[in-house]
Design a binder for this molecule. Structure first.
Ligand code: ADP
Ligand code: ZN
Ligand code: ZN
Length: 739
């Protein structure tokens, strides 16, 4: 028999499959990880078997060895599907299906299970006791150690030293004399920071919740559209419970940023630590490896994780839940540029199980599909614990400026903060960081400091008194004199979280504040530490970026201020309105989740924008109707797909040549084969240089079907044939971020 193998090599072709003979003494199936002789390499290369056939048309070499570890057949099919749909290397897709930390070329550097050496008896207890009795063992210390182990069982060397007077040398002697021996024990690297003692059980469901739960059957696609606090999480938990009763596993995806201990604790309290595995990027690679094993060994039947947890090797998977399904983080920005929602759909279809999406502000595409009957729509219209939705006020910043208020905080917002400080309630101030940071400009000639490598304005960081590039991390000293015109008239413009915090301190001298943004959240758990501190120490004002928006629950927060709602509107993304509406609704959902009524102040220069207007009345349906009409007219998703061909190179001429050649190739085929699609000419990207690489792009608008998929695959093959020096081409389907 012959195996078809994908080798993770740097060969510049999309997916070359190599044939190898299967030796009769090796058991090899689809999904096996094997080592094979490759090219003129001295040591065998690793590969993955993706197919098996009778014979090869070539003269083939033999597989050298096979590992125990293998990928399930379903996931091999998934990888093939992904590599086709997202036009990427099969090897890259397959890597996602392997245990974390096990893909290094150097096998000795791969993550393994962690073991410790324990000390155990190597003779019968009776025999040892006899030897002590008969004074064959005379040393008191040796006697102590042996008795300790007889009474307490296998122990660590540290415990032996701690609880007896003996040193390590005594233990060594006993090992040498054949009384004791080492025993290797596997220890799990445990990612759960603290023990959860509380135990909760199913809540009595509201009528709406009950109806939703009963509508969800073993297979099918569902969208739970439920306002913030309507009890979606409770439904998820009861669905998972149902799976446990049938001995099946569940995967629940959560946006990376809201995968906090607070979220996980709710599940730990309901189901206990044993049955749960968590997977996200803040875990160490060893912790992730152990969680992966816990899933594979079928110990953990509840998998909670960020995007890539969709590839976890769940046994008897019965349910996939995607919470906050509208969240951008479900789409990967690295190759393979997959959409976890689409991957989940593939798995749900393949395994004939149910897929449950949930959100208070569904992705326009999901909602469109639910209205078309492709997904079953389930609505939750009331808050589960009867708290009321907050009151939303819009403040027109143009008016504010006309009234002479140059502060970042409008008069209305200042008044409301004062009220909260007087009544000892908490406030959250939200500032979107994108396009909203402090930059340095010469007032005389308009020069701004830009990153040498990225052509992006550098951001001023007050604490370190430095300028930083948010794309590549490049740092430099602040400038006091303009390098262009030598003027000393340098000004700091813009408004970052640091500046906002300063303003708050100036206006409210006694207020306590805490800040959460990329600068304060870099250590492993500081995100959670900041939130805990805010809650437990009843800090007056939390100032933060995007991170404060997601799913947190603070009963004492009654006021949320949005410093500027306009952040996304000017970025030129086709989904700018949608993102704005979602963010504002999610932020508003943070206010008044306890027993007190909440207020939300939205400051904006565009009070007439419908995304902002409808977020004021928190009416998703009205927003949807307006937005879908616009998308239909302008031929944007879900009516059409947008394909972004992203090209980059270190050399400008090289890049231009690639862009032109690729465009000509596509244009000829589109015309000759009568494709009904819109192909735009290549142009420099909005950010035309990142990390010393020049960037161009080309956009296609079309229905992304098999034919277009083949065309794009061919064009990528065409590019690889160009044998360029530094150029790269990436293709993205409906990217979230068009920058
Ligand atoms: P969502 O996930 O939709 O934002 P949650 O599930 O977090 O909503 O529920 C919001 C709050 O309501 C939580 O404090 C939760 O414990 C409570 N809750 C949910 N369902 C019920 C119920 N059936 N009865 C009482 N309280 C509930
Ligand atoms: Zn100048
Ligand atoms: Zn840079």
């Amino acid at each position: 028999m012959v195996a078809e193998i994908i080798i993770d090599s740097k060969v510049k072709t999309l997916n070359r499959i190599f044939d190898y003979e299967i030796p009769s003494d090796l058991e090899i199936n689809i999904g096996s990880r094997v080592f094979v002789p490759f090219g003129n390499k001295k040591t065998p290369e690793e590969g993955i078997v993706i197919g098996i056939k009778e014979k090869s048309e070539y003269k083939v070499k033999k597989i050298v060895s096979v590992e125990e570890e293998k990928i399930d057949k379903t996931y091999i099919e998934l990888a093939k599907w992904m590599s086709k749909r997202y036009i990427c290397n099969l090897a890259d897709s397959l890597r996602l299906m392997l245990p974390p930390g096990t893909t290094k070329k150097d096998v000795s550097k791969r993550v393994k299970t962690k073991t410790i050496n324990l000390i155990t008896l190597s003779k019968d207890e009776e025999e040892i006791l006899d030897d002590i009795e008969s004074k064959k063992i005379k040393s008191e210390k040796q006697k102590d150690v042996l008795e300790f182990i007889i009474n307490n069982g296998t122990s660590s060397i540290d415990d032996i030293e701690l609880f007896t007077d003996a040193s390590k040398a005594v233990v060594s002697t006993l090992i040498k004399n054949g009384y004791l021996e080492y025993q290797e024990k596997t220890v799990e690297r445990n990612p759960f920071i603290h023990k959860v003692d509380k135990k909760t059980s199913d809540l009595k469901l509201t009528d709406e919740q009950k109806e939703t739960l009963e509508s969800i059957k073993e297979s099918g696609k569902y969208l739970i559209y439920g306002i913030t606090g309507s009890g979606k999480t409770e439904i998820y938990m009861q669905l998972i419970e149902r799976m446990l009763k049938e001995n099946k596993s569940s995967i629940m995806l959560v946006p990376e940023i809201s995968l906090t201990p607070q979220t996980v604790d709710r599940f730990l309290e309901r189901f206990g630590e044993e049955k749960i595995a968590v997977l996200h990027s803040k875990l160490s690679i060893g912790e992730r490896y152990d969680q992966w094993n816990k899933i594979k060994e079928n110990k953990a039947k509840i998998i909670i994780g960020a995007r890539s947890a969709i590839f976890a090797p769940a046994k008897d998977l019965g349910l996939i839940i995607i919470d906050e399904e509208h969240d951008e983080s479900y789409q990967s920005e690295m190759s393979p540029r997959y959409d976890a929602k689409e991957v989940a759909e593939f798995l749900a279809n393949k395994l004939n199980i149910s897929l449950v999406l949930g959100s208070a502000t569904p992705d326009l595409k999901s909602y469109y599909n639910s209205l078309n009957g492709n997904i079953k729509l389930l609505k939750l219209t009331k808050r589960a614990n009867n708290s009321t939705l907050p009151k939303v006020y819009i403040v027109d910043l143009r008016q504010e400026l006309a009234n002479g208020n140059k502060s970042m905080l409008s008069k209305k917002l200042q008044e409301e903060i004062t009220k909260n400080l007087e009544t000892n309630k908490q406030t959250i101030l939200f500032l979107n960081r994108r396009g909203f940071s402090t930059f340095v400009m010469c007032r005389d000639c308009g020069y701004t400091v830009k990153c040498k490598r990225c052509n992006i304005t550098m951001t001023y960081h007050k604490n370190e008194n430095k300028l930083k590039c948010h794309y590549c991390g490049f740092e430099q000293k602040v400038v006091t004199e303009c390098p262009e015109c030598h003027s000393k008239n340098i000004k700091y413009f813009g408004a970052g979280t640091q500046k906002l915090e300063d303003e708050v301190h100036n206006l409210f001298k006694d207020a306590t504040t805490i800040r959460m943004d990329v600068d304060t959240v870099s250590k492993k758990n500081s995100h959670e530490e900041i939130l805990n501190k805010f809650r437990n120490e009843n800090i007056d004002i939390l100032i933060g970026t995007q991170m404060v928006v997601k799913g947190h629950h603070f009963p004492n927060v009654t006021l949320v201020g949005v410093i500027s709602a306009d952040m996304n509107l000017n970025l030129g993304d086709y989904n700018a309105n949608e993102k704005t509406f979602q963010t504002l609704t999610q932020v508003a959902g943070r206010a008044g989740r306890g027993e007190y009524e909440g207020r939300v102040i939205i400051q904006t220069y565009n009070p007439d924008n419908y995304a902002i207007e409808y977020s004021k009345i928190q009416d998703y349906d009205k927003f949807y109707n307006a937005e879908i009409e616009l998308r239909k007219q302008l031929k944007y998703p879900p009516f059409c797909d947008i394909i972004l061909i992203d090209m980059s190179a270190k050399n400008m001429n090289e890049l231009e040549l690639v862009a032109k050649k690729l465009h000509t190739y596509l244009k000829n085929r589109v015309i000759n084969e009568k494709f009904g699609l819109l192909l735009y000419s290549p142009v420099p990207s909005p950010i035309d240089r990142i990390k010393d690489r020049y960037r161009w792009r080309m956009i296609i608008k079309c229905k992304y079907d098999e034919r277009v998929n083949n065309l794009l695959t061919d064009s990528l093959e065409e590019f690889l044939k160009m044998k360029t020096k530094t150029a790269r081409v990436n293709i993205e389907i409906n990217p979230n971020n068009m920058l």
